[in-house]
Design a protein around this ligand. Structure first.
Ligand code: ADP
Length: 878
């Protein structure tokens, strides 16, 4: 070798080449420790050591290559330059032949070792076997008797998940190869005795820790002369089978538990109808302990099963029947003393693969309770006077209760399978069809129509119907409401009559008030005029008394009118803008004047938050309530003071809520009388009426007015100490800051020279009123003309120039509204506009819109207040 190699580097280069050659070579250091080997060496050693991983580096060479130990020692002792040898040796079952050569390279030795197998018969067989073994689906593993794995086929790799390379040489005990580690030595002992271990089931864990079930058998391996040298296990993977079996087992178990625990009774018969088995529910239902008590039962001979059901089962069809059983002897049930039970039995034929009847399955349900309930419900419907019906979606009667005959006289058979349209009154058919369409849409409907009776008469029926969609049925309960309909009709007529009477009462009151008011206006007007003339003290006193009495009479009539209007719902609250502070100041001032006569002090306070704001509401009605309360306070107070308070209690963007209170130090009201106060015509004490006068209407009206303004009225009082009346009212707020108060200029009796140029036409049928108004106009220096009805007025207008017309509304011949219309029509030609002021009775103030719509410019209510009249004239003439 040295001859061949020129340098160390060159040697190493060769060494690299040599490492790839197929002849094993081993480089040893001077102490004969192995320093380097090539791949061929490792392969050889693995073959010899039965594929055991050989750790050869830094080992004494004679230890690893024990089979050529003598040759190595021989070389070592001589260290001759070249030394070669040939040796045949049996290792395990195999005969090996080695051809070796030592090379000395200074302090390094190289051993080249060629080798081959001397194949004996046993070996050949083994090789044949190994190819079979590797193609097997079963795991085949061979071990030595000590338990070292010497063979590991492909199927083992697949099953256990470990490669052959990894497993060869390992102890069988290292892994759970044969199932249980504990039994391993016992297994190997058995094998070493030459006995087989028969196929048995073991559970192993594979590399991925999955459970695998194997059917495992182990047999001894013998050498060619029959010595037992190892064990061979064959394991078949039965995991899939196991799983299938388990599933089958589980499903069997499941069905069994369903069978056993089902609340439905289950009985099984053989093909001949002989009872085989029954579950617990079945035994419970029929009050038996065990199916053997029923064993004598034969499906086909049972008296309880109908012939039809039996023949259906024979013909391999399902049958469903309801059976009635008397179980009195068996049952001591408290709940069912009669012992009669009803069962719903569904029988199913079970066929074999050839389609022949193999067995019969009956499923039984105890429907005794349902049957009993059904019976009770039937009793209900049968006894009821209502008609219970079941209809198809097309409106055909499918079921009707006996109530039908009671109500309409028809027998059930005359009704059933007929359509409802055949019985409904001709006039109600269209409506009834609409109702049934609506019923199908909404699921529920109550409606009434007329049905023909057997005797040809009609009855009103009220139907309460509902739809049961899943059954496609309509359930309807019909009730005879003929009597109720007649009563309702009578009531309706009575109501119309009452309404008519009420409205004629209202008309009567309106007319009467007008009629009464006219003479009162006359009396008051004339009294006023007379009071303007020269009179002695006595005359003036009497006339003032006339005036006061007339005023009271007028107040009374106004009260009666108000209350009757409120009661008939014809009372409307006006919505006009006004200034609350100004209103209160005016009322306060006027009232102070009145009270001062009785030496009673009047104080009035207004919430600063309410000053300087305009609100929208009905100022006239507000004054009416306040004046009523103030007048009462004055009437029932002899000394002390009266306080009027106004305060804001709530406000939103668009609304404001105000509380008014009037307190006095008067006679007070006893607690038990207070609840009567706000009722019409009620006074606390009759004796007061005598002392104080009054109608008992004021508070009732006031409270109603407060209610109409979304408010309320109440009182707190103590007898002999005083009372405080409260009311609340709601107003709309307005941003409009224009002065809303009517500009009533105080017009004294001094005559205005300008007025002589103006001519006013007074259209009024009442002579006294004519005279009164004429005097008022005359006193102010106006020219005036008189017309006693519309026709006269139109005649005058044809010939005279008129600057303004004062027009009465109710007049004979041509009334005020129609006269105004005629004037306005005529003016369309002349293109002029004469202001017309309506003079309306108090009763008609509410009709203001009507007057203005008919073309009038303004209105003044009677009795005519001269100041108001003058201010209106000024307004329209200037
Ligand atoms: P009338 O016209 O009789 O005054 P009202 O309805 O205004 O009718 O009042 C009904 C009754 O309530 C009165 O008759 C009186 O008995 C009682 N009443 C009303 N206001 C007061 C008050 N301020 N003090 C004491 N009693 C009062």
């Amino acid at each position: 070798m040295r001859n061949l190699v020129k340098s160390e580097n060159e040697f190493n280069g060769y060494l690299n080449i040599l490492s790839n050659i197929s002849v094993p070579f081993i480089i040893l250091d001077e102490n004969y420790y192995i320093n380097k080997v090539n791949d061929a060496t490792i392969k050889m050693l693995q073959n010899i050591y039965m594929k055991e991983n050989v750790k050869c580096f830094n080992e004494k060479v004679e230890k690893i290559l024990w089979f050529i130990k003598d040759e190595i020692l021989n070389y070592k002792s001589n260290e001759s330059l070249d030394f070669s040898f040939s040796k045949e040796i049996q290792i395990g079952p195999v005969n090996w032949r080695f051809y070796g050569q030592f090379l000395n390279l200074e302090n390094t030795f190289i051993l080249l070792l060629n080798y081959h197998l001397e194949k004996n018969d046993c070996m050949k067989k083994a090789l044949q076997l190994s190819s079979i073994v590797n193609s097997s689906e079963d795991s085949i593993i061979a071990t030595t008797l000590e338990g070292k794995i010497i063979s590991w086929n492909k199927a083992s790799e697949k099953i256990y998940g470990y490669t052959e390379r990894k497993m060869l040489g390992k102890e069988i005990s290292a892994l759970d190869i044969w199932g249980s580690k504990e039994r391993l030595s016992e297994l190997l002992d058995t094998i070493s005795l030459g006995k087989e271990i028969k196929s048995h089931e073991v559970k192993i864990l594979n590399k991925d820790n999955e459970e695998i079930f194997l059917s495992l058998s182990i047999t001894p391996i013998k050498d060619h002369i029959g010595n037992i040298i190892g064990a061979c296990s064959i394991g078949r993977n039965i995991t899939e089978n196991k799983k299938l079996n388990q599933e089958l087992y589980n499903s069997e178990k499941k069905f069994r538990s369903i069978y056993e625990q089902s609340p439905i009774g289950i009985e099984l018969f053989d093909a001949n109808g002989q009872a085989l088995a029954a579950n617990k529910s079945f035994c419970d239902m029929f009050k038996i302990d065990h199916i053997s008590d029923f064993k004598s039962d034969n499906f086909f001979e049972s008296p309880f099963i109908s012939e039809k059901a039996k023949s259906m089962v024979r013909n391999k069809k399902n049958s469903r029947i309801t059976c009635k059983y008397n179980l009195k002897d068996r049952s001591n049930s408290q709940t069912n003393k009669s012992g009669i039970y009803y069962f719903d039995i569904l029988t199913t034929p079970i066929l074999n693969e050839q389609g022949e009847l193999a067995s019969i399955l009956s499923q039984v349900e105890d429907i005794t309770k349902i049957k009993n309930v059904e019976k009770k419900v039937r009793n209900f419907t049968n006894l009821s006077d209502d008609v219970f019906c079941i209809l198809s979606f097309d409106g055909d009667f499918l079921e009707v209760s006996p109530g039908l005959q009671k109500v309409l006289g028809w027998r059930k058979s005359e009704f059933i399978y007929k359509n409802f349209r055949d019985f409904v009154h001709q006039e109600d058919i269209e409506y009834s069809i609409d109702c049934s369409i609506n019923l199908l849409k909404t699921g529920r409907k109550v409606f009434r129509n007329r049905y023909i009776c057997k005797d040809g008469s009609y009855k009103w029926i009220e139907w309460n119907s509902f739809v049961v969609k899943e059954d496609m049925l309509i359930y309807s309960i019909g009730r005879d409401i003929t009597k109720r309909m007649e009563d309702e009709e009578e009531l309706r007529k009575a109501k119309i009559a009452a309404e008519e009477a009420n409205s004629s009462k209202s008309n009567f009151l309106a007319n009467m008030s007008h009629e009464i008011r006219t003479p009162i206006n006359g009396i008051m007007g004339m009294t006023d005029l007379t009071l303007m003339t020269e009179l002695n003290e006595e005359q003036r006193e009497y006339l003032n008394m006339v005036k006061t009495s007339s005023q009271h009479l007028l107040d009374l009539i106004n009260d009666i009118l108000d209350i009757s209007k409120i009661e008939s719902g014809k009372f409307n609250i006006d919505l006009v803008p006004f200034n609350l502070q100004e209103k209160i100041n005016k009322i306060g001032k006027n009232f102070s004047l009145l009270a001062s006569k009785k030496f009673i002090e009047v104080l009035y306070f207004i919430d600063p938050r309410l000053t300087d704001i305009n609100i929208i509401g009905d100022p006239i009605r507000l004054s009416q309530i306040l004046m009523n309360l103030l007048n009462n306070a004055l009437k029932f107070t002899e000394k002390g003071s009266i306080i009027l308070c106004v305060k804001k209690i709530e406000s939103s963007k668009a609304k404001i809520r105000v509380q008014f209170s009037v307190s006095d130090t008067g006679i007070g009201i006893a607690e038990d009388k207070m609840n009567k106060l706000f009722k019409t015509f009620s006074q606390v004490d009759d004796s007061y009426t005598k002392k104080y006068g009054g109608t008992g209407l004021g508070l009732a009206i006031s409270k109603q007015l407060a209610n109409m303004m979304n408010g309320d009225m109440w009182v707190t009082s103590k007898k002999d100490e005083g009372s405080c009346f409260y009311f609340t009212a709601e107003f709309l707020t307005t941003n409009d800051s224009t002065d809303c108060t009517l500009d009533i200029t105080e017009l004294g009796p001094n005559i205005n020279v300008d007025n002589y140029s103006k001519t006013i036409l007074i259209v009024e049928d009442n002579e006294i009123n004519q005279q009164f108004i004429s005097t008022l106009l005359y006193k102010k220096g106006y020219n005036y003309l008189n017309a006693f009805n519309g026709i006269e007025a139109l005649k005058i207008l044809d010939n005279q120039v008129v600057d303004l017309i004062l027009m009465d509304i109710q007049m004979p011949e041509l009334n005020g509204l129609n006269t105004t219309k005629a004037i306005r029509d005529y003016e369309k030609l002349t293109k002029k506009h004469i202001p017309i002021i309506a003079m309306t009775a108090y009763a008609m103030v509410g009709d203001k819109e009507k007057f203005l719509n008919s073309g009038m410019d303004d209105y003044i209510s009677k009795p005519i207040d001269f100041k108001t009249l003058y201010s209106l004239l000024k307004k329209h003439l200037d």
